[in-house]
Design a protein. Structure first.
Length: 450
């Protein structure tokens, strides 16, 4: 009889192959190379038995009647792939051939397909005779696409934190798993960019360096995508952004969060984090590539090279570093910290605009605010007619005049494109939603990201 350990090996091999298909496509050599391990491990599971059945019972993956409760925690669960094809139960028969399992994995990993026949009939026509699919009266948990963007943010944060911990501990990194995180964020930016950007910019507290890194990665990927970078380059940039500040984790949190003036020794330690991060990431070039090393080293150089570390014979920082520099400063200014006051969005814009051509590459900075606007989506604002509104959408050709939704007073609700008001209506000022705006939001029954 198959042991639980053998089943877990098969699930891991199966999921790796499915993830590879999702990342690279069914025709890619890496996907084809990934097909042998699951067949080999499935044969070990089927040794001494005629069939092996997997199903979904109340959101858990189950083997026969035994729930594999750790499948999700161990990243072994193919539930989302099964659900996409409306499969709740799959049985593998002992006589299964490799080509049949290959075809089944290809079917699961192919993404959304227009299937006019029953799944079982579809598989039969593809020559799959020894895999039987069906349904159970069981709930299948929501896939990532059906989760709220807040839940996706938290899931990504957990993965990022784990990757950071692995690097700090000198452990290994799962490049495929990390690439899947980046792909998930990429899909979020494509399909739900306003909501994802709102989550990243409107969170109330900095829960640690991991949150900052994830915010910067989201903003950097969004800017690069809008600037015309290829999908692969956007994902590589996102990975580099995730690790740009890892050197800070080597520095005492007591120093980083200190509210008093830093001593010269403490300031030198903080400035050393760029070099520390680059040195640390050199050990992970094989799995992460060289770009994270470059960005970790350069993200405080500034556009005019007046920052740190001091370097010679460098004409300008890498474009990825220039993008991360903008997003890094923006997030640091936007998020509330123990060592600084809250800044209104227009204050942040004016602060950064003063550094145009010195800290920031001019065209990239202009592009960033063209995309983000001065008032980010989700901002709570007073209008010049004393009504209160939430920013709903940016106008790239009028960054001070977004589309807003008035919700207070309640008898004057409406959606307004401020660009079309010809100067007769504008944003007067920002309202801090966690201070003076809290009572207004509570009265209107509106909640923002925590």
């Amino acid at each position: 009889m198959a042991s639980l350990g053998e089943i877990e090996i098969f699930l891991r091999d199966l999921l790796i192959s499915l993830q590879t298909a999702k990342l690279y496509g069914l025709g890619h050599r890496l996907f084809k190379d990934s097909l042998s391990p699951p067949y080999k491990s499935l044969q070990a599971v089927l040794a001494g038995r005629q069939t092996f059945t997997l199903g979904v019972i109340e959101g858990e993956l189950a083997f026969e009647d035994q729930v594999i409760s750790d499948a999700a925690r161990l990243n072994l669960s193919p539930i989302s792939y099964l659900k996409e094809k409306k499969i709740e139960k799959v049985t593998f028969l002992r006589g299964i051939e490799k080509r049949e399992l290959d075809a089944f994995i290809g079917f699961l990993g192919a993404g959304k397909l227009e299937i006019k026949k029953e799944v079982q009939e579809y598989l039969m026509l593809a020559g799959v005779r020894n895999i039987v699919v069906g349904k159970l009266k069981a709930q299948v948990p929501p896939s990532q696409e059906e989760k709220g963007v807040g839940a996706v943010f938290v899931d990504s944060l957990h993965s990022v934190s784990q990757s950071l911990t692995n690097v700090l501990d000198g452990g290994s990194i799962d490049p495929l798993g990390l690439k899947l995180v980046m792909q998930g964020m990429m899909e979020g930016l494509i399909n739900q960019s306003p909501e994802l950007l709102k989550v990243s910019t409107m969170r109330r507290y900095d829960l640690g360096t991991s949150v900052h890194l994830l915010n910067v990665a989201i903003l950097s990927m969004h800017l690069a995508s809008k600037a015309g970078f290829s999908k692969d380059d956007v994902m590589d940039l996102g990975t580099a952004a995730l690790f740009h500040d890892i050197g800070k984790l080597y520095i005492s949190r007591k120093i980083i969060r200190k509210t008093e003036k830093l001593t010269d020794e403490e300031f030198d330690k903080i400035r050393s984090h760029a070099l520390l991060g680059a040195e640390l990431l050199l050990d992970y070039v094989d799995s992460l590539g060289i770009l994270p090393v470059v960005v970790a080293f350069e993200h405080h150089l500034k556009y005019d090279l007046s920052g740190y570390p001091k370097v010679q014979n460098l004409k300008k920082p890498h474009v990825a570093s220039l993008i991360v520099t903008i997003c890094d400063v923006y997030d640091a200014l936007f998020q509330k910290r123990s060592y600084k006051a809250d800044y209104a969005p227009d204050t942040i814009y004016n602060i950064m605009l003063k550094e145009k051509g010195t800290s920031f590459e001019p065209e990239l900075l202009e592009k960033f605010f063209q995309i983000m606007g001065v008032w980010p989506i989700g901002s709570l604002v007073y209008l010049s007619d004393e009504r209160v509104a939430l920013v709903k959408e940016e106008n790239e050709d009028a960054i001070l005049l977004p589309k807003v939704e008035v919700f207070y007073p309640v008898d004057k609700k409406e959606v307004i494109d401020l660009k079309e008001k010809n100067g007769q209506l504008s944003i007067a000022r920002y309202i801090n939603p966690w201070k003076e705006g809290k009572d207004i939001l509570d009265a209107a029954g509106i909640s923002l990201a925590k």
